[in-house]
Design a protein around this ligand. Sequence first.
Ligand SMILES: Nc1nc2c(ncn2[C@@H]2O[C@H](COP(=O)(O)OP(=O)(O)OP(=O)(O)O)[C@@H](O)[C@H]2O)c(=O)[nH]1
Length: 329
Amino acid sequence: MPHLLDSGPASLLIVDDDITVVQVLAKALAGIGSIRYALSGADALRLLEQEPPDVVLLDAHMPGMSGFDVLGAMRAHPQWEDIPAIFVTSDTSQGMEEEGLAQGAADFIGKPFHPAIVAARVRTQLRLKRALDRLRQLSSIDALTGIANRRTLDETLLRECKRSQRSRTAIAVLMLDVDHFKRFNDTYGHGAGDDVLVQIARALERSSNRPADLVARYGGEEFTMVLPDTDGDGAMAVASTLMANVAQLKIPHSASATGFLTVSIGIGCFDKASDHWHQAPSDFREPSTTSTLVCAKALLATADQALYAAKQAGRARAILERCNQVMPS
Ligand SMILES: Nc1nc2c(ncn2[C@@H]2O[C@H](COP(=O)(O)OP(=O)(O)OP(=O)(O)O)[C@@H](O)[C@H]2O)c(=O)[nH]1
């Protein structure tokens, strides 16, 4: 699972119907990052789709789809809307520049251009883009463990609940709580407690091998996994792997019956054994926001209830409970 703070090498996209301009720009930008180019607006969209770049250099006038059209498509796309686009054009009229900037271009460079100035302006946009990406990442991750925070969990859970409701696929939420963690902190110190939380986060990451799974810190010593397209049996299998991975850490804990730190896990799920599956396909409607919220809350509440049951039953175990309510639409 990639770390949320990873940010690879810079990637630039040059869009111009004149291959000579592309070559001159590519030479000017050599060394800043990897460069791809498109000779038309349609090709540019294909490359954006393949992998969003960090900065786009855009010719305003191209036959067919113009630079303005490409910019419009970028601003309307959730994954491309924040990619800076720099217009590079021979039309240097004030009206043109005004329109480009008004439509969301980050900068405007007139042809003929000075290669060193193009490179400097691209570097500036790159720095701004990196800073914005970093801010986004920081607001979505937990500072101690580097995994997703509660905010990311809430967003992901709603998105995956909607997907599950639409496609009628299973979904499970796993909630993990470290056993006797207060006594661990009291015995070994808060710093050692923090180290344990980091190790547990890594163990959670190792226990999931599907890219759609999300591992998040719910708060304190509680962690959550959202497991899309996973039924109760599948989620219990993940829980077994997780408990084995935690046991392998062999973290001494004098308050634990085994002498080592353990965790308790509660799982809530909607799967074929849950009532909402019995809805006839002809009844299906696009899930309302309210019903998706109900689905997310039910999963979290059921996982929490199952976690409480695991604690009551003696800790160091996983308990599964199915959400058995019919989905409102
Ligand atoms: N070191 C450290 N401790 C934390 C952090 N967040 C919460 N805690 C501690 O986690 C402990 C949770 O205690 P309780 O809720 O009583 O649960 P517990 O001691 O694990 O007992 P059971 O859950 O019943 O097994 C408290 O002592 C909190 O201070 C953190 O970020 N770092």
